[in-house]
Design a protein around this ligand. Sequence first.
Ligand code: GCB
Length: 607
Amino acid sequence: MIKAALNLFILVLLSYAAAGQSGPVQNNKARVALSLNGKWNYIVDPYENGFYDYRRKAFDASASGKGGFFDDVTNTDQSELIEYNFDYSPALNVPGDWNSQVEKLELYEGTVWYRKKFNMSPDKGKKYFLYFAAANYEAHVYLNGKKLGVHKGGFTPFQFQIDKHLINGENSVVVKVDNTRKQDEIPTINTDWWNYGGITRDVFITETPQSYIADYKIQLSAADRGTIEGYIQLAGNTQTENVKVQIPELGISLQVKTDASGKAHIRIPSRKISYWSPENPKIYGVTISSASDQVHDRIGFKTIETKGQDILLNGKSVFLRGISIHDENPLLAGRLRSEGDMRMMLQWAKELGCNYVRLAHYPHSEDMVRLADEMGLMVWAEVPVYWTISWDNPDTYNNAKQQLTDLISRDKNRSSVIIWSVGNETPLSEQRHAFMGNLISHARSLDNTRLIAAALEVHRNGTEVIVDDPLGEKIDLVSFNEYAGWYWGGTPDEIGKYHFNIKYSKPVVVSEFGADALGGFYADNKTKFSEEYQEALYESQIALLSTIKGLRGMTPWILADFRSPRRQHPIYQNFWNRKGLISETGSKKKAFYTLKSFYSKKQEQYK
Ligand code: GCB
């Protein structure tokens, strides 16, 4: 009886410990044992021939679990029939989408198989994880022919524990990546960006001891700028254990004990903190240690809150001088691949006079957010709940919730992040209010140190532009996309007649406005697609938005031209959304300077 009770107790403890680790280990780059970036052989498989047999049964669900491309075999004698061969197949660079690397894949949507061989001599005493910073959209991952699992979602990281499957010597990892758009997924079939497929971000094998630091949150308390608080979560150990947080520059060295679930809460009073801000992007070296493990991170400390119609950063009112950004390098016409690409984008934002960026419309890479920490740019981070999602499908909701969880889990220690956005331009309905409302509550339950927002829409009554979306009750900011002078309202010189009627007395941070301009096309301020039209639109929009009493920021659409299959005008667009302030060749359009001059005035005003 006692033994049975004890077993049950141990079982409960074990499952509790397992449940304690959700998603990838915090700060994966600090754990890399082997980078798998570089050339991966690939096979384009539009009929999913390598996944299903001719009766459309999945090979990996068959009794032998064999027969698919994930076996990664080659024939050993000439009589054997094998109708694929990774060794002789071409290669793609990882990280990187396939569309921008291979001309015939520019418009491809479907399955591509990736294969990488690598050598390892795993240490028996260690744990190993195969970590993907992102793969768009559905990834089936196999190691040495064994299926590790499936991940959905094109922009969030995932990992598999692989110690059991690793071979001492040569290993083969095969990934089936499928970027087919589907109605019930997040995002859904209809967006305004390129559906770049592939392993778009880093792939690593990470290594930890048996008992390791799985997760931590070390941030300033929302209630008290003099206290650093959060938690440390160990995994792989069910004993209580001492853990330590050290921030040498602040003279901090705190030791606490974990509970049976491996978790320890921390609270560290400190009166000496130099707060992170765009003007002072101060980042501290932080070391977290357990009995067997140690991780270093670089963390800045700030608070963000609203008070009436003000946004307070470290208690001081700020104006968010922002710009929207896609995860795309216009010069490559592909996803950002390197730190250099990311620096280029954020440096452009700095040149514009920004202190803030909207990383639209999905999670950008962790590296991008870390660069924003370092370069002093506040961040709006978003999940791809965009336009018309399947609001009443519970699987769709769970998927959105998971992506939001993974985003917050990954970036919760980044000082740059001030806002979690749960979606963009979602159409009003009861189901949508419930779906979005639940996402908002979920975000709040995960993190009480940031603001929660969503990019809403406006509607009109004559010259009145109305913002009264019921979601406005639940979020911290009034944010909306508003295209007067482009999609409606006539030419830029005509939009001055509009005025805003905003139901909520909260800080207004306009999430989008803009106009297409083909870089180098000069005409006049009534000619659509000319630089003059875009310039005039920025002048009129700035004047119009400045009439809003609670205006506390904006992220016009968008920093740079980006690819979109929706944009088909053969002369002006050619599959490019031209709302960039910077063209596809990297030249600054006239409107860039209009916004820059407005931002320099705002900077003075909010000194
Ligand atoms: C929007 C969307 C954005 C589009 C933009 C446009 O409202 O949020 O994703 O790209 O308009 O250019 O129409």
